[in-house]
Every structure is written in C-alpha cells, then in structure tokens.
Ligand binder design. Structure first.
Ligand SMILES: Nc1ncnc2c1ncn2[C@@H]1O[C@H](COP(=O)(O)OP(=O)(O)OP(=O)(O)O)[C@@H](O)[C@H]1O
Ligand SMILES: [Mg+2]
Length: 404
C-alpha cells in the first residue's frame, strides 16, 4: 500500500496547488479569457489524481479482502477440525462448544488487529509529507549564541558583502562595501534588477550573505535574533501585502495595542485617513486577501501608515510612493521628511524627484554601486548613469509640458 499511497498523496497536494494557483491568479485568468485553458489544466491534474487515488483505494480493499479471506479459512479449519474430531468421537460436545466460543473471541480480536494495521498504515502515509516538511532545513537560522540586537543609532555597514541567490550562477554582490551613518538619508536608484530591493532584504536578513558582514551599530546581524532585528526596522515593501483583516488591524500591525487615535494619526500622515473615512465601515473595513479590495495607491498608503507607527531607528521605503498620484505623493513626501528626522532612512525610487533631496544617493548597476553623492554632484558628472537617468526623466517631462 505504502508506495501507492505516497504517490496519491503527492497528487492530492498537486490538486491543491493547481487550484490555489488558478484561484489566486483569477484576475489574470479572466483578463486573458483563459477559463477554458485553466479548466483543462485542472481536469488533467484531477484525472491523474483520480487514477492514483483509485489505485490506492483498490490496494487498501484488496488487503482488507485478503485479510478477511485468511480469517475465513482459519475459521473453517478450526470449526471443521472440531466437528471432525467430534464425529470421530475424539471430542465431546463440550469440547466443541469450548473451541467455538474461544475461537469467536479470538476471531474478533484478529479482525480488529487487521483493521488497526490498515489504519496505522494510512495514518503513516498521510503523515509522510508533514514529516518531510518538518525535516526541510530552515533557510535562516538564529545562531546558538544569538542575542537580541539593540538598534540605537542606525549605523549600517556593509563590509565586503558577497551574496548570490540560490540557483544563480554569478554573485549579485561581489564584495560590496557601504557605510550608512546614523541618521543619514540614503536614496537607492538604478535600473530594474540592479539589486536595490535585495540590498534592503539583506539589511533585514531575509537572506544570509555568503561573504563579508553586515553590521548595524557595530553588531553583526548574522549573530542577532532575527525577530529583534526586523522589529526594529520599519519598512514599506515594493509590493505591499495586507491581511484580510480590518484596516485598523492592518495599520497597527507593526505596533500591536496602539490606541485608535495613534492609528488615525498614522493614517493622516500617510494621506490615507480621508479615503478610509469614505469607506462604509471606515477603519473596520475588511480589505480582502492580500488587500485586493483596495486600489493600488490605497494599498500603498495603508502600508505607509503601517510603517509610520513602529518607533524604529531604521526606515526603509521601497518604491513606497510609486502608485500614488503626484498630489498625494507631494503630501506624503512632507510627512516622510518629518518621519525621517533622527532616523536612518533608505529610500528606493525610480522617480528621481523622490530622492533628490536626500543626503546621499547610491546608484546601483548590476549589483555594484557605480556612483554616489548628492543630487547636485551626481547630475554634474558628465557621462554618469545618474545624470543620464535624470536627463531622460527631465526631457520626458519637458516634452510633456511642451506638448501640454
Ligand atoms: N528571490 C529571488 N530568487 C532569485 N533571484 C532573485 C530573487 N529576487 C530577486 N532576484 C534577482 O536578483 C536581481 C536583483 O533583484 P532586485 O529585486 O534586488 O532588483 P531591483 O533593483 O529591486 O529591481 P526593481 O527596480 O525592478 O525593483 C534580479 O536579477 C532578480 O531577478
Ligand atoms: Mg525592487
């Protein structure tokens, strides 16, 4: 049974996976009119699953039938033997009665044992995948001597950091060194895929580096407790994801137990209060899985409000205003200025207007920092990458305003 059950359980999981994939990408399926294709795909998986499950079911039942057959043979042999002995005059009716009654008692036990073995087998097979998941090594493990990290100033140092994603052949960062002073406001710019988001993921230690060290306030984050590190960094992710809970709960996620007034204050700073008050249930509105019931810009503003609450020394904004209209962006820019005071801030942006007022801008290109300095210095650098990005954006804007 075990080999068949293992395969059919794996197909059980595949059916779940196919369903989850198709349902969570439901908007894409509809937009491309691909319902029939998805149906077909699911049908193929389900029909293979059905064949496998059928086979396992047959094996269970065959085993049960064989067990029963063996028991029946045993029963006939015992009863037949007793009767034969009685006919030959070698056993009294009392002996026969004794044999029959004891046999029936034993028979019931034997049947139970067979059933239990079947159930045990089934349970072990069902547990197989669970045990396999449990045995899977954890990607990032706290060191045995890990201590909570104390982020007091927000001094971030990348010391010759080498990192590459599993599966990639070349390293994304090769001995990257950066020193971000406490309270400094840093902008990260560069082409798509140049390694900006990865930089902040490493600061949060979502991945371990393969060479070098990352220090925050002199403490190597590889020896710090992960939860203590991450709880002291406020972040707005590039793709904000919300819980299917109320807006108030979502905003308060970084600092559970805050008062309603503080939640509203954060929402005001993120320019989210007005749109929230227009919703029928206000702060009690449920936002749907991952926040699907909000528009892109609304979701982003809720994510901003969420990052405004924790009292963290390090603030990371990854494309935090990319889905906002220019009016909201200007309002939030103001709030961010206030928020960044006394904090170390890392701001990633494609729109260079977002980073031009920051203390220092790091220009990434294929995992290397090719230029750094403030806006004025970088723009003044003939042939520089930042200058060319800036000129492109400026001319596009110029052409637009000229056309307008
Ligand atoms: N989880 C991952 N596994 C494997 N490769 C990844 C992973 N995340 C990112 N990469 C790769 O690493 C490189 C850098 O990605 P990263 O997300 O840091 O880019 P980025 O500069 O933030 O780009 P964008 O401006 O588009 O957000 C890309 O080539 C990307 O394909
Ligand atoms: Mg990114």
């Amino acid at each position: 049974i075990a080999p068949a059950a293992r395969i059919s359980n794996a197909w059980d999981t595949k059916v779940g996976g196919t369903l989850a994939d198709a349902l969570s990408c439901n908007a894409v399926v509809k937009s491309f009119g691909a319902e029939a294709r998805e149906d077909g795909r699911l049908m193929r998986v389900v029909s293979r699953w059905r064949r496998r499950v059928n086979r396992t079911w047959l094996r269970y039942n065959t085993t049960a039938a064989v067990q029963l057959g063996v028991l029946l043979c045993l029963r006939s042999a015992v009863i037949g033997g007793a009767v034969l002995l009685w006919m030959a005059g070698k056993a009294s009716p009392g002996d026969v009665t004794y044999v029959l009654t004891s046999y029936y008692v034993i028979h019931a036990y034997l049947r139970d044992v067979g059933m239990h073995i079947n159930n045990l087998q089934r349970a072990v097979n069902d547990m197989d995948e669970l045990v396999a998941i449990h045995g899977e090594p954890i990607g990032i493990v706290d060191a045995a001597d890990a201590k909570p990290i104390a982020v007091t100033g927000g001094h971030i140092v990348f010391d010759a950091v080498t990192f590459h994603y599993g599966g990639h052949r070349t390293a994304l960062y090769d001995r990257l060194s950066v020193d971000i002073r406490p309270g400094e406001r840093i902008g990260l710019v560069g082409r798509s895929g140049s390694g900006k988001t990865t930089f902040v993921k490493l600061v949060q230690r979502l991945y371990d580096v393969s060479g070098g060290r990352i220090l925050i306030d002199g403490q190597d984050i590889a020896h710090a407790k992960q939860d203590s590190l991450r709880s002291q960094i406020a972040i707005v992710q590039q793709e904000p994801i919300l819980f299917h809970r109320s807006l108030a709960e979502n905003i308060a996620y970084g600092r559970p137990g805050v008062s309603r007034a503080e939640i509203e204050q954060a929402a005001r700073l993120a320019n989210a209060h007005e749109f929230i008050m227009r919703l029928p249930k206000g702060y009690g509105t449920l936002v749907g899985e991952r926040g699907v019931k909000l528009s892109g810009g609304e979701r982003q503003r809720v994510a901003l409000a969420r990052a405004f609450l924790p009292d963290a020394r390090v603030l990371i904004l990854d494309e935090a205003t990319s889905s906002l209209d220019s009016e909201s962006e200007a309002l939030i820019q103001e709030a961010m200025e206030r928020l960044m005071k006394g904090r170390t801030a890392i701001v990633i942006a494609h729109r260079l207007a977002t980073v031009r007022s920051l203390d220092r801008i790091l220009v990434f290109d294929r995992g290397r920092i090719v230029e750094q300095g403030n806006h004025a210095t970088l723009v003044g650098k003939p042939g520089g990458l930042y200058r060319s990005l800036f000129e492109r954006q400026a001319t596009e804007f110029g052409q637009l305003s000229a056309a307008g």
